[in-house]
Design a protein around this ligand. Sequence first.
Ligand code: SF4
Length: 743
Amino acid sequence: MTENDFNRRDFLKVLGWGGTAVALSGCGNTSIQDGQETVTSYVELPSYVIPSISNYFNSTCAQCDAGCNIMGRVREGRVLKAEGNPNSPINRGKMCGLGQSGVQAHYNPDRVRQPLLKGEAITWDKALGVIAQNLSAVKGAEVAFLTGGMSGHVQALLGNYMDALGSKNHFSYEAISPAVLRAANKKAYGVSMPRYRIDKAKVVVSFGADFLGAWVSPVHFTQQYAQFRKGNRPEGRGVLVQIEPKMTLTGANADRWIAVRPGTEGVLALGIINALGKAGLSIPADIAAVSNAYTAERVSGETDVSAEQIGKLAALLKERTPSLVLAGGAVEGYAHGSQNATAIALLNRVLGNVGKTVEATASVPFPQIAPTVGNRSSLIGLNDGLAAGKYKVVFSYGVNPVFSAPASLKFRDNFAKAEFKVAFAQYMDETALAADLVLPLDSAMEDWGTVVPEYMAAPAEDHSAAYAQMSFRQPLMQKVFPDTRGVGDILLALLKQREADKYKEFEDFYSYLRSAVLKNKVALGGKATDDDETFWDNTLSQGIVPFKGIANPVSAKASAAGLKLPSAVTADSSYPLRLIPAVSASMRDGRNANEPWLQESPDPLTTIVWDSWVEINPKTAAKLGIVEGDIVEVASKSGSIRTQAYLFPGIHPDAVSVPVGYGHEAMGRYAKGVGANVFGMLDTVFDKETGELALNETSVKISKVGQRVIIVKEEGPVGGSQDGKKKIAVQVSADKVDLSKEV
Ligand code: SF4
């Protein structure tokens, strides 16, 4: 992993092929351009390259925002695989399947390879010139930049660029975001994302937090969970109770899984507090004043969780301390999502968990690189501005709102109103297709950058509240396609258009990054006397720079004042079922849907591959006359999809669930046309406190369309294996299935 005496960029140039126009695109090297490459002979190998022996280089995973530290395994100039960096406090040597498929984003045949102006390939000079020309005709306030969550030095450059433009319109959007939780945590604990100590808890009660699947920092929590489950811990083996209307991967691993009526999680939390008081636990007066009304009988009637279960939960929590109570995505997605999350946070205060299993965390003392987290209300702000004709030039980077915004927002139409739209894109996804100019991006395995994670995990051996880290992303190999560029390089080029003198010393983003890091060497844990070159080499070698952050203590200030929870989520008789858009560990919000491993990996609960499905409780299905494989229409007031029915007892009878991330109209050969896009049919209902789009507030009806398929799944069409042999069913066209012979 250590590069010792060689220069990182020489390394990239010497890996088999050098020069700026080199491509390694498969065995035939078909994209190599005659006369434009410098070939460096492998006879003169650098000291660290031994043919057939792998080198490992530390970097940072870009497949989701958790920011796991990885090691790229490189052989003969090509990255073959990523492994978890064992020195990482975040992922402690492990990775998830989504992270592993990052190599498929890197080598993906559907990547955009050249700048495209209205679909026509152009040079970078022309692309940058067109941007300058369009910007010259507008005021700064008429320019908007939409990104996902960001951090690090690319974010610092973006901030400088927005300043240079005279624009304050940076919108940070995440289609799946714990934004409501952040706000509720801030009020309840004083910090928006405290450290959760699953490993220290004797009981974890999770209200829909899929921490083993897709919630916040799942690889980190999986490591903690492994500790939690060890019988030889001083605290003994931990007990996990998962409460949610639709079973998640975490729910499937729980000792007790409790189905709750959708949207009533906050009511249940208050019922548990009431039961704790009845069991003799001292409840602060302000909380008791509210929770006393939530008797077991009332709560049971509203939530569908029996009074006996509520009593057992209270007894378990009272007996085994410290515990930890989590509120996840399932509780946030309502008009009263903030109230749900607040009610659940009260449990941690009542149980004395704040400061024990809900811990202080660190923020970074450099605001320019501190994480900017995304949310959905930000997209609403941009959308409103576009609809009003406020923004004439719009940039987008790392997001695909044309795919993920509810159709009722009319984002696609409003985006079209901007006069000039630029997409920084790795694929021709729905947003890139709607843009005028597409700038092809390097993959994360080709690019430079730094990452400051929002969830700031600490090392297992040192849980100092001030522990903070910055992670490095560095190219693991030469570019696959020669004409792509890193986002930092593009921003630097754009900045030079406006402030040439200020940035002339930086040849490229690499030199900007190196200079910025070395200027802050001491704050980043180095000594003023450290040799710059040595510090930089060590930084890249480790891939992680730990430094002293600002400790943000937690406080048990969750308050029941003003807490108002609807007595039950009322059903509309025309749309009697609650739709739960499910976020899976592999597909997440769909940004990686063109990586075939993710389509091919069976969903851990249903084992379905290469398609969407709607999960229906067998009791509900029986009432509707639906059997597995029926193609059904799932219709809301805002739209509809057609997909295959999967009967699943792990879902409340009042709810149905469809995974998000499928149903792309574009993006590439593995994503396009696979499944149905559930984002499009969501109603636009907002959380009353944060203004976040409430993802679970869509009611639907379901009807059969008279077709049936055999669902493609790992377990086979009738479940289980035959004589221990696995089988995979094929999908049969609906018109070849004789419905008269089916139930
Ligand atoms: S959780 Fe998985 S996808 Fe996300 S950063 Fe970690 S390894 Fe990558």
